[in-house]
Design a protein around this ligand. Structure first.
Ligand SMILES: [Zn+2]
Ligand SMILES: [Zn+2]
Length: 298
């Protein structure tokens, strides 16, 4: 019987006429054929889906920039054009970095966690309040304003901010009773971050003066400066990518980020607040006279 089966297999290659086959071999063949066909179809579907998703992501990344003519005029394309800049930003997103933070004298230091150019906004703000604050810091030996009156800021969530040492030096200034809470160090007047009064708002704008990166590292780890905003307060000549206020695409991006981060509860933990949300230190509020004298100074 064994000999007959061997002979049978010898003369009946797999996949031969079903009528003359061993039913067991035919069943094996059918099962394997089904398996191979299934595997081939699955591979094809997965490859197709990956191709479509990749293409869609590339197109989406390329279209993150404004397309309206006035925005094209306002924004400087930079090397490679806007699409390439934001495609590179999308790629950089996969490589989030923990960024070292340090005040001028080194007494206060910390980290910004998981910073990437999609989740965080790198901006230069020329608003009058930021300029007044810049002058106040300069009066205390810590100049941060660029020649246009701009302050470079990295916007993130409080939950990304860590202060690992020197938190006893943290101070807070408000330019008016309702103004932003402008956190800085008492040791050397390095700005740490700007927040709103409400603890539940998942936002902190960290001035680049507190970021311990070389200019080259900033571009590679933080991505490019997205835009220069509130240029109507800036000092001419203004750089080409300046916007009088803030472009619509940036506002939409900001609203989306706030919604997403509020939903995720990223307003805490914050190194600038106690667990109950109260400020780490009582803010100092500038008097009207102090504010006016800073308005007048250049
Ligand atoms: Zn310091
Ligand atoms: Zn500002």
């Amino acid at each position: 019987m064994r000999a007959r089966r061997a002979e049978h297999h010898e003369h009946q290659p797999r996949g031969g006429d079903a009528d003359s086959q061993d039913p067991q071999a035919q069943a094996d063949f059918d099962r394997k054929a089904l398996l191979y066909t299934g595997a081939a179809v699955t591979t094809g579907v997965v490859a197709g889906a990956l191709l479509i998703t990749g293409t869609a992501l590339m197109i989406h990344a390329g279209r993150r920039r404004p397309l309206r003519p006035e925005q094209r005029v306002q924004l400087r394309p930079g090397p490679g054009g806007l699409s390439l800049r934001f495609l590179s930003a999308a790629i950089l997103r996969a490589v989030a970095h923990d960024i070292p933070l340090k005040c001028r004298c080194g007494a206060v230091h910390g980290r910004a966690l998981q910073v990437d150019p999609v989740r965080c906004n790198r901006l230069i703000c020329m608003c009058d309040d930021c300029q007044v604050y810049g002058r106040w810091l300069a009066q205390h030996g810590s100049p941060i304003l660029d020649p246009s009156g701009g302050t470079e800021i990295l916007q993130m969530t409080p939950s990304q901010l860590r202060i690992d040492g020197g938190s006893e030096h943290v101070r807070c200034l408000r330019l008016s009773p309702k103004g932003l809470m402008r956190w800085h160090t008492g040791c050397c007047h390095t700005p740490i971050g700007n927040t709103l009064e409400k603890a539940r708002v998942p936002f902190v704008g960290v001035p680049m003066a507190f970021v311990d990166l070389d200019p080259d590292e900033r571009d590679s780890k933080l991505g490019p400066v997205l835009c220069r905003i509130h240029a109507r307060y800036g000092k001419p000549p203004l750089p080409a990518d300046s916007h009088p206020r803030a472009p619509g695409w940036l506002l939409r991006r900001f609203v989306w980020q706030m919604l997403r981060d509020s939903f995720a509860g990223r307003h805490r933990p914050s190194p600038l607040r106690h667990d109950d949300g109260s400020p780490l230190v009582t803010p100092t509020v500038l008097s009207l006279e102090e504010r006016q004298s800073l308005n007048r100074s250049t």
